[in-house]
Design a protein around this ligand. Structure first.
Ligand code: NAD
Length: 445
């Protein structure tokens, strides 16, 4: 099958590369000429495990190509994914300008009936707007081509994107109920990912659009609830990690995605919460639970910084804090809305200097932290510790999982470890002579 993908970021690039890997001929386009140049050379502009191999295979086989040219994109295929960004607008709603601009570009050039698939996360009703945007251009040109619009939201997780795309737990597809041609295209396109059991959930377009927000917001609420419990555990001298295991053993609850920590970030949860809150309020009903989840998270992202400042008596002048982890989670270079940024700001404001290290996110963090004096981004976990009073661990990267606590105790002048992801056994940390502070762990020992 020939497929065009508009937008070559985390979602578009993974979608295009994986679909090329299963035998399709895919053209990925993007407005960012620098990104496309790098991709043509086989350089991957983002950190995503396994993606380099899949892209290299597609390029070598000639099944994966990159362009900045909409004319080429439209000429290439009668199936076009839209996978551009949908950032938050000032009022919290999803900014659809990129999606609708892509739709208009398609309409301006379409020379045959086309299936447009909205993969970006978009509010209920957006597919109708996409159809209208394309049709407006077709009418202006006076051409008779038909546009069919489907919703196929993406559920991949950054850091596991290729694996998630290749082995999806579900493929949600929203089409008009009688659009059998669109359904056949999806069945054919996703057949390689759908062999062992049925993973495609066909539904109407609006329900598909909503499913994506419902999933992300449910996960966000779960994390915020766990964080609220952790903060209560701290006050009650309870260990949230023991509680987590006990609670997660209930099959109705399950053990996944139940970790207390320094708050959630990234390009999806905070933005999708804002968008669904906005949708809910616009529809006449306050989004009370989601607002609470949002507020708890804003508080949680400041918590680790506050713990550090409080430990040093409210002032960090002359102190250096080592920070391990800048990405919003492990295995990605994405620092969009990452807790690390809030923590760094709190530390700087209290007068500290920060030495921060991340295995993949140094480049993205350098851009995000531009203009903040007092932060040094360094090339290794050990280098971050040089001259540091304390260590704060903010991202759960594998390489931070089992440090030599004796060595940390020798290096950290004030011998204190702040564990923002509850990675460590407090007893092991304390045995090395370090003070341990986690999230909701004051009840340990
Ligand atoms: P991204 O910012 O990494 O990529 C978007 C790309 O689209 C950029 O490269 C940008 O240059 C390009 N672009 C913008 N306007 C364009 C246009 N008119 N024509 C062509 N290219 C254009 O974003 P992302 O993280 O890939 O997210 C894309 C969408 O997928 C969003 O709606 C997001 O909510 C959703 N989503 C993201 C994830 C994730 O983990 N990142 C997961 C599921 C869904």
């Amino acid at each position: 099958m020939k497929i065009t993908v508009i937008g070559s970021g985390y979602v578009g690039l993974v979608t295009g590369a994986c679909l090329a890997d299963t035998g399709n001929h895919v053209l990925c386009i993007d407005l960012d000429a620098g990104k496309i140049d790098r991709l043509r050379r086989g350089e991957i502009p983002i950190h995503e495990p396994g993606l380099d191999t899949v892209v290299a295979r597609g390029l070598a086989a000639g099944r994966l190509r990159f362009s900045t040219d909409y004319a080429e994109a439209v000429a290439h295929a009668a199936v076009a994914f839209i996978a551009v960004g949908t950032p938050s607008d000032e009022d919290g709603s999803a900014d659809l300008s990129h999606v609708l601009s892509a739709a208009r570009e398609l309409g301006r050039r379409m020379e045959r009936d086309t299936l447009v698939i909205v993969k970006s996360t978009v509010p209920v009703g957006t597919s109708d707007k996409v159809r209208a945007a394309v049709q407006e251009q077709l009418q202006a040109r006076g051409v008779p081509h038909k546009v069919s619009v489907a919703s196929n939201p993406e559920f991949l997780k950054e850091g596991l994107a290729v694996e998630d795309f290749m082995r999806p737990d579900r493929i949600v597809v929203g089409t008009d109920p009688d659009d059998h041609r669109a359904k056949d295209i999806f069945r054919e396109m996703y057949a390689p990912f759908n062999r062992n059991h049925e993973r495609i959930f066909f539904m109407d377009v609006r329900s598909a659009e909503f499913t994506k927000y419902a999933s992300n917001c449910m996960l966000a609420v779960r994390i915020s609830f766990m964080n609220e419990l952790a903060n209560l555990a701290d006050r009650l001298k309870v260990d949230i990690e023991q509680v987590r295991r006990g609670v997660g053993a209930d099959p109705r609850i399950g053990p996944h995605f139940l970790y207390a920590g320094a708050g959630f970030g990234g390009s999806c949860f905070p933005k999708d919460l804002r968008a669904l809150i906005h949708t809910s309020e616009e529809s006449g009903e306050p989004a009370e639970l989601m607002r609470a989840a949002q507020n708890v998270n804003l508080r949680q992202r400041r918590l680790l910084g506050q713990k550090i400042v409080a430990h040093f008596g409210g002032k960090l002048d002359g102190r250096t804090i080592a920070l391990w982890g800048l990405a919003f989670k492990a295995n990605t270079d994405d620092v969009r809305e990452a807790s690390s940024i809030d923590i760094i700001d709190a530390l700087l404001q209290a007068g500290a200097r920060v030495r921060a290290y991340d295995p993949a996110a140094l480049e993205t963090a350098a851009t995000a932290l531009k203009g903040r004096a007092g932060v040094s981004l360094v090339r290794s976990a050990a280098e971050a510790l040089e001259g540091a009073d304390a260590l704060a661990v903010v991202t759960e990267w594998l390489e931070f999982r089992s440090p030599d606590f004796d060595d940390l105790a020798r290096r950290l002048k004030s011998r204190v470890l702040f564990d923002g992801r509850n990675l460590y056994d407090p007893f092991a940390v304390r045995r090395a002579g370090l003070v341990y502070q986690g999230i909701g762990r004051s009840g340990v020992g």
